[in-house]
Write a protein that binds this ligand. Structure first.
Ligand SMILES: [Zn+2]
Length: 252
């Protein structure tokens, strides 16, 4: 069970999960027990502090999640988009300290990923060539020329023409793309000036082997761009007398 609840009056967000009511264990020097169970109910506390306010459920917009650090990092800022059916919001999720609970902020605006750099995996390419093509007896200069050629291609490419590889990346802001056909043709043509006829076939096979899911994928580094909009002006919501909560936020 997971619910994103927005208080419309305060623009505050509560992430309702089954963990809200887990007891907290606190050390107690005065008691004979080393840890004491402390009752905790964040959901009840949220409802209490927003008593009489208008609450609504937000639906998370699929695939809108972006994060500045890998999934397992505990201290990081992530964003996702959510909607109440009429408006879309950006929700910032973070914690400042590993012991703090997650905090959710509602932001008016949009969040996107912007590509800031495309590069070839030069180190990995060189290592792979040395391993697979050792029998060819290529010179250091040939390897370096080949790497330089590939790296040069990334300067001419437009990310909009590239196909993203769905493979999991270890970092959420590093996305891998497949080399486009124009770059591929250019690469092969120029390889003829670096490699001798006898070496060329092996080089072409190497390129074909690693183009779709190997070291020849291009790594695009992204940046999170948060575009903040001004909050729409509207009449303040009247504070209602505490009646029954809306069905959307009924306890499950
Ligand atoms: Zn409120």
């Amino acid at each position: 069970m997971e619910q994103i609840i927005r208080c419309v009056n305060c623009d505050q967000i509560f992430h309702h999960t089954s963990f809200d009511q887990l007891p907290e264990y606190v050390s107690s020097p005065t008691s004979s027990e080393p840890f004491q169970e402390k009752e905790r109910d964040d959901y009840r506390d949220f409802l209490k502090s927003h008593r009489g306010h208008r609450l609504e459920d937000l639906k998370i917009i699929e695939d809108s999640f972006v994060s500045e650090k890998p999934y397992l990092e505990p201290i990081k800022v992530s964003y996702f988009k959510a909607t109440n059916g009429k408006e879309r919001f950006v929700i910032r999720k973070f914690r400042k300290d590993i012991h703090d609970p997650l905090t959710y902020d509602l932001i008016y605006g949009d969040v996107t990923l912007k590509c800031v750099k495309i590069e070839a995996q030069t180190r990995e390419i060189k290592k792979q060539m040395e391993m697979e093509l050792a029998g060819l007896g290529l010179s250091e200069k040939q390897l370096d020329d080949f790497i330089r050629l590939i790296q040069g291609l990334t300067k001419r490419v437009d990310i909009r023409n590239l196909t993203r590889v769905t493979e999991d990346s270890s970092h959420p802001l590093e996305i891998y793309y497949r080399m486009d056909d124009v770059s591929y043709a250019y690469l092969l043509r120029n390889c003829r000036t670096i490699f001798r006829e006898a070496e060329f076939t092996a080089i072409q096979e190497f390129i074909d082997r690693h183009r779709d899911d190997g070291v020849l994928l291009w790594k695009a580094t992204h940046e999170i761009q948060l575009i903040q909009a001004t909050q729409p002006r509207r009449k303040p919501y009247p504070i209602q007398e505490p009646v029954e909560q809306k069905s959307a936020v009924k306890k499950k």
